[in-house]
Design a protein around this ligand. Structure first.
Ligand SMILES: Cc1cc2nc3c(=O)[nH]c(=O)nc-3n(C[C@H](O)[C@H](O)[C@H](O)COP(=O)(O)OP(=O)(O)OC[C@H]3O[C@@H](n4cnc5c(N)ncnc54)[C@H](O)[C@@H]3O)c2cc1C
Length: 497
């Protein structure tokens, strides 16, 4: 039986996009090559901006309850003395901290939520090829027992990670570079005078050690700047001996290693596919982009990709979307993912500059407060925006004052109060009730219309992903008509097939 959407890969990006689709009432099928879930810590940081998406999808509470809450990002010297500290307080959102939990646990929570919609991940099933046809896609499925099947769907989401079969079918590659050097990541238990309310980058002349708390008294660690001897040592000794030796060389006796649950060497990349969509195929997460883990944004941006696409595919599947709506996915996410690469690249450079400073003894001057505030918002992924998207717009009458109102394409700060899967129009001030009634009549179940009286006269269109789609100031007859016309550029009030 053909389904509406096929998802290849049940990593965080595939699972979350499937939840978003199911939440919007789309039939979805998810296949995963690995027969069993993994138990590796991998990506551990969930950013405050992503918590908003997770909350809307009904998993925020589970993530908050399962995770450590990290309120600071610190730079320490090898004696564990604080050199500088980034405080997430004042970031400007409901949760001013990062959540830290192992990736396997995040995936478990997402899988459970998907199950609540009746969607079970089909494990041990590999997508061997993806082919687009005139009105859909065909995915060849291969099982471990040698049986095969050709699955059909209207669209395919490629969420198979860096070696995506969907991206290969689009003849695209992850263009960019690999950062120099090899690092080691581990899920460890350590002793030392390390605060558990934040992550710490410990910079020594011999290289860095990153340690960030995980639940159950564990830590995720990255150890970098491995020298030739250390690279040669990888895999020769037990992970416990290797990590203990690497830590000792950088931190002396200030941190003692007790246990290693999982460890792996890795390289870091900054890479982006030229296209994220084409002929009914979409690339999400690592299939479309790779960023330095110093940003802690790779997994997060895959979830933002899924959030951006879910409501658009749902409207398209129901015949309510013009072509511009699905086309906007690539435009919006390429620009947002490029920003992720920039921010994580900056943090990657800062970490290496801290090691260089430990070597030379020259400490850079602290950045000005406005730069620190911008960095906090960027680190929390609260600065994701689609301001240059063709899908957002505004009408501001000559002489009208839009100061203080969120602009087109930015995250609506009170977006969490707008539950459900619809667009919302918020009419502020003395907007005429007749206009609200006309909007309700035209847009029916697709758009909720609410009137808030005690505010600057204006109207905001909030998209189902919580971003401002249109701003009209004031909300007079011309402003409302402009908003209505904007909606009509991509949405059909009655379905067209
Ligand atoms: C050391 C390290 C630390 C990191 N820390 C962070 C962090 O703190 N925060 C953060 O946001 N990001 C972090 N990242 C990045 C993060 O790990 C990735 O961005 C994230 O895992 C991407 O998720 P994904 O679902 O796109 O891909 P993946 O996690 O790679 O999942 C892809 C899935 O698809 C399956 N698959 C592949 N091909 C097929 C096929 N043909 N058929 C069926 N199934 C298939 C795979 O088995 C896999 O399960 C880190 C990365 C590294 C290396």
């Amino acid at each position: 039986m053909p389904v509406e959407v096929f998802v290849v890969g049940a990593g965080p990006s595939g699972l979350f996009s499937a939840i978003e689709l199911a939440r919007h009432g789309v039939q979805v099928r998810v296949v995963e090559r690995d027969p069993q879930p993994h138990h590796q810590a991998r990506a551990t940081t969930i950013q405050p901006g992503t918590l908003e998406l997770l909350s809307r999808a009904g998993v925020g509470e589970a993530i908050l309850a399962a995770s450590e809450h990290l309120r600071f990002a610190r730079l320490l010297d090898p004696n564990l003395q604080i050199i500088s500290e980034l405080d997430f307080a004042g970031a400007g959102c409901e949760w001013e901290y990062q959540c830290a939990l192992p990736q396997w646990r995040t995936e478990q929570i997402l899988t459970e939520r998907l199950g609540e919609f009746g969607v079970m991940v089909e494990r041990g099933v590999t997508a061997g090829s993806v082919q687009s046809t005139a009105d859909g896609v065909r995915v060849r499925l291969e099982r471990a027992d040698g049986t095969t099947e050709v699955g059909e769907a209207s669209w395919v989401i490629g969420a198979g990670g860096a070696h995506s079969i969907t991206r290969a079918s689009m003849h695209e590659e992850l263009a960019g570079d690999t950062y120099p050097g090899t690092a080691l990541v581990g899920d460890v238990r350590v002793r030392g005078k390390l605060p558990r309310d934040g992550g710490a980058l410990i910079a020594s002349a011999a290289g860095y050690v990153l340690l960030a708390p995980l639940p159950e008294d564990r830590w995720i660690t990255f150890i970098g700047d491995l020298d030739e001897g250390e690279v040669e040592r990888l895999g020769r000794e037990s992970p416990l001996e290797t990590i203990a030796a690497f830590m000792k060389r950088r931190l002396g006796a200030n941190v003692a290693l007790d246990d290693v649950a999982w460890a792996a060497p890795f390289r870091m990349h900054h890479r982006l596919s030229r296209r994220l969509a084409g002929e009914r195929r979409f690339l999400l997460g690592d299939a479309g982009h790779l960023s330095s883990p110093f940003g802690g944004e790779g997994l997060n941006s895959g979830l933002h990709d899924g959030c951006n696409l879910g409501w658009k595919l749902a409207l398209a599947a129901r015949g309510h979307a013009g072509p511009g709506l699905l086309e906007s996915f690539e435009h919006e996410r390429v620009s947002a993912d490029r920003h992720v690469l920039e921010v994580s690249g900056q943090l990657h450079a800062l970490a290496h500059a801290a090691v260089e400073s430990a070597r030379t003894g020259v400490r850079p001057a602290p950045p000005p407060p406005e730069q620190v505030a911008a960095l906090v918002r960027a680190r929390c992924m609260l600065d994701v925006e689609y301001a240059d998207s063709p899908l957002v717009g505004e009408y501001v009458a000559g002489g009208a004052d839009a100061t203080g109102l969120p602009g087109p394409g930015v995250r609506y700060p009170q977006g969490l109060e707008l539950a459900g899967t619809r667009h919302h129009i918020l009419l502020f001030g003395d907007a005429e009730e007749a206009a609200a009634a006309r909007l309700r009549d035209r847009w029916g179940a697709l758009v909720g219309v609410a009137h808030v009286t005690d505010a600057t006269p204006s109207a905001l269109l909030i998209r189902p992903d919580g971003y401002v789609g249109f701003r009209a100031v004031p909300a007079d007859a011309t402003g409302i008509e402009a908003l209505d016309a904007h909606l009509r550029t991509y949405l059909f009030p009655t379905p067209r097939r």
